[in-house]
Design a protein around this ligand. Structure first.
Ligand code: NDP
Length: 286
């Protein structure tokens, strides 16, 4: 029988656990771990993500520090804020919500964040550590995917995993984490030929593409495990609906486990941000 991997329930569990650890941390250090979230501009989707992150931060007992900057913020103003947050001892994690308005450089902002406060795990120093298998703040979405996979598969060793998508924030770090867990990893992307055939050989398929309902039943082998990272808005019967990169209803009876959209990877990403903030604070104070 197919298992629906419930990201929301698992995320609740993680946030509860983080909240317990935060209480112990506060008793020990007399400090509340703080997460600074920076939102530039008024992109509605980003505003929703930030609101959800702040809500979870409070549930986890962390201190939430929000900076809302207007769309016309200059690179220098943003650099100055990051510098101030880097030096602020009450801030243990810094997250700048992406995408930024087009006139601002994302790579410059990512590189400006102190690696030890880089709770998104995007700084080149942290990326290098991830690739070389060192302890590091792991990007939240890939970390959430791995937790869900490990809940369902006891031993990932020797499994063939196909990652669809090669972005720096999702596809590449997931592929590295799967490799660290001794999977045989294939990464496919927009230039790959015969993607369906490659996916059909996989024990695990992670879809991080941004193409609604792309992965169909005949792309998968029986009993494959599917992690659907995609979040796509489509219009169905005149109503707006969120769907993943995988055609959930089409593949459901064929696979052994699958994450839904919504309610799968999304909530886990935020829960892992809470976990990373606590981890960053622990490293900074211990
Ligand atoms: P990007 O657009 O940065 O990367 C998409 C990747 O998919 C690229 O590597 C691209 O290939 C590949 N791709 C695009 N079209 C095809 C195709 N037709 N066939 C094969 N590969 C293709 O996206 P992200 O990695 O940032 O995000 C991917 C999805 O995950 C999005 O839907 C996003 O909204 C969602 N997301 C969800 C999160 C969550 O918390 N659940 C967090 C982050 C993202 P190429 O490199 O050749 O262009």
């Amino acid at each position: 029988m197919t298992v629906m991997i419930d990201g929301k329930a698992l995320a609740d569990e993680i946030v509860q656990h983080v909240a317990q650890e935060v209480s112990a941390f506060k008793l020990k250090h007399k400090v509340t771990p703080g997460l600074a979230v920076v939102l530039v501009g008024d992109d509605p989707a980003s505003a929703v993500y930030v609101r959800n992150k702040i809500k979870r931060t409070e549930q986890a007992g962390l201190q939430s520090i929000a900076h809302y900057l207007p769309a016309e913020t200059t690179q220098q103003q943003l650099d100055e804020l990051i510098d101030q947050l880097n030096r602020d001892d009450s801030v243990h994690g810094i997250l700048v919500q992406l995408p930024l308005p087009a006139h601002l450089s994302e790579s410059r902002v990512i590189e400006a964040i102190s690696p030890e406060k880089d709770v998104d795990g995007f700084h080149p120093e942290n990326v290098g550590k991830l690739v070389t298998g060192q302890q590091v703040l792991v990007p939240c979405t890939p970390l959430g995917c791995m937790i869900m996979l490990k809940r369902h598969i006891d031993d990932l060793s020797g499994k063939h995993a196909v990652v669809i998508g090669r972005s720096n924030i999702v596809g590449k770090p997931i592929a590295n984490l799967l490799l660290q867990s001794h999977c045989t990893v294939t990464i496919v992307h927009s230039r790959t030929q015969h993607i369906e055939e490659i996916c059909r050989a996989a024990d695990i398929v992670v879809a991080a593409v941004g193409q609604p309902l792309m992965v169909k039943e005949d792309w998968l082998k029986p009993n494959a495990v599917v992690i659907d990272v995609g979040i796509n808005q489509i219009s169905l019967n005149g109503k707006r609906k969120l769907v993943g990169d995988v055609d959930y209803h089409d593949v459901f009876s064929k696979v052994s486990a699958i994450t839904p959209v919504p309610g799968g990877v999304g909530p886990m990403t935020i829960a892992c941000l809470m976990q990373n903030t606590l981890t960053a604070a622990q490293h900074q104070l211990n």
